[in-house]
Write a protein that binds this ligand. Structure first.
Ligand code: SF4
Ligand SMILES: [Zn+2]
Length: 422
């Protein structure tokens, strides 16, 4: 059962894909790109952890080379698509438009193979630079098709980093902002960009070009646990970087929205829930009261896909999500507004958050209702025999191995199965 999407796909569609959404990320790690803006330290990996990380990156990079070639008939003047979702402004639910631009592609993928769960690169031009004129034409395409005046919040996503000049020219951002200024009802614009690809001068230029409207930068914080963030996800980033980024943005009058990843690979079901609770606690301690949960799906040409093919990964149970949202309310009350992003993305998903199949649709509808006011009372009447049976069993599972041990063993298994498959 997929989330009930209302995505409009524009133009010719890549044969691999049918739907939309994704979110940004962050980076910084030993021997990779330094975060010239943050000055904060990267993840201080132990030697054994560095070996594991190298292994992940080797596999991730190899998988990217299996992406296949870029479809020759893609029109870069047409965006991937757009979609209406619930948004929040001044604590009220409002209509939000998400625009998915066909973009150059995330530079983190080219440098390290990318994050272990992210297959968005397949929806991009895979490094072929999209010009300012092409981006502007894509936005004009949406303006012709949708009345932007209906949307107080507009999210503009580019499957990567909007403030990275190599991925998106500033001239394109400024022109798009000048179009947005023609719509009085648009109060807030949301973009996505990694910390290390968000230089102050670009952020300031966009903020200025928006003429007093709110600017929010969404970024994949994923987890406050450095081992989860860097080893399980290959985010190349640390909580220190996040702190510095958040205060930089605050100083410029820009809002930040952390995106947290529910059930990265290599974690058990209960570890995944606890990891999010700890991460939200960290965000709350930094004065952030609104976070987005991104629920891991299985996308092609990713490390998660390789694990999934070998029965080493299962997306989270929907009961785990319900459990998590109820615990968030108990623990944080109104100090944390926890939004669940629909798990429909710009690339095809092969597997997604699910229960037994019989109760999935009702739970997804309850999460949609919950998203309006963050009220877990929506979950009170939910039940199914799979909750006390299979889910409780899955939730009780314990893995005594350390995270580096798990990664090392699972990657060896994956490599061996790839060899025997070939
Ligand atoms: S690879 Fe990571 S940083 Fe790049 S778009 Fe995907 S999630 Fe974001
Ligand atoms: Zn069920």
């Amino acid at each position: 059962m997929f989330w009930e999407g209302r995505t409009t796909i524009a133009g010719d569609m890549h044969p691999d894909r049918w739907c939309i959404l994704r979110e940004g990320g962050i980076s910084i790690l030993h021997r990779t790109i330094p975060d010239s803006n943050s000055g904060a330290e990267g993840f201080a990996a132990l030697p054994a952890e560095r070996d594991v990380l190298d292994e992940i990156r080797r596999l991730a990079s190899r998988l990217r080379t299996e992406n296949g070639s870029l479809p020759g008939d893609l029109d870069f003047n047409i965006p991937i698509g757009w979609e209406e979702r619930i948004g929040h402004l001044d604590d009220r639910p409002i209509r939000r438009l998400i625009i998915f631009l066909r973009s150059t592609g995330c530079e983190w993928v080219e440098k390290t193979g990318g994050c272990t769960m992210c297959g968005f690169y397949c929806a991009t031009a895979r490094g072929r630079e999209i010009s300012a004129e092409e981006y502007i034409a894509q936005f004009e395409h949406v303006m012709d098709a949708v009345d932007l005046e209906d949307y107080p919040v507009v999210s503009i996503y580019n499957d990567g980093n909007i403030f990275n000049e190599r991925e998106m020219p500033v001239a394109a951002i400024e022109k798009i902002c000048s179009y947005i200024n023609g719509y009085e009802n648009i109060k807030k614009v949301v973009v996505e960009s990694r910390i290390d690809y968000s230089p102050d001068e670009h952020v300031v230029r966009m903020k200025k070009a928006l003429n007093g409207r709110q600017l929010e930068v969404a970024f994949g914080f994923e987890s406050a646990d450095p081992r989860v963030m860097n080893l399980c996800i290959n985010k190349g980033f640390s909580a220190n970087n996040f702190d510095h980024f958040h205060s930089r943005m605050q100083g410029m009058g820009v809002l930040t929205k952390p995106l947290l990843l529910v059930k990265p690979p290599f974690l058990t079901e209960s570890e995944a829930v606890n990891d999010i609770l700890q991460t939200i606690s960290y965000c709350v301690s930094r004065g952030i009261d609104y976070v987005d949960l991104e629920i891991t799906t299985v996308e092609k040409h990713t490390v998660v896909h390789e694990l999934w093919k070998n029965n080493l990964y299962r997306p989270p149970w929907l009961w785990s999500l319900i459990d998590l949202l109820q615990k968030c309310r108990e623990r944080f009350g109104d100090r944390a507004h926890v939004y669940v992003s629909p798990w429909t993305y710009s690339v095809e998903s092969l597997d997604w958050a699910r229960n037994c199949g019989r109760c999935d649709a009702g739970i997804i509808r309850a999460i949609e209702r919950y998203n309006r006011h963050f009220d877990p009372a929506e979950f009170e009447d939910l039940d199914c025999s799979c909750r006390e049976g299979e889910w409780e069993e899955a939730f009780a599972k314990v893995d005594p191995r350390t995270i580096p041990e798990r990664i090392s063993e699972q990657l060896t298994y994956v490599q061996n199965s790839r060899v025997s498959y070939m």
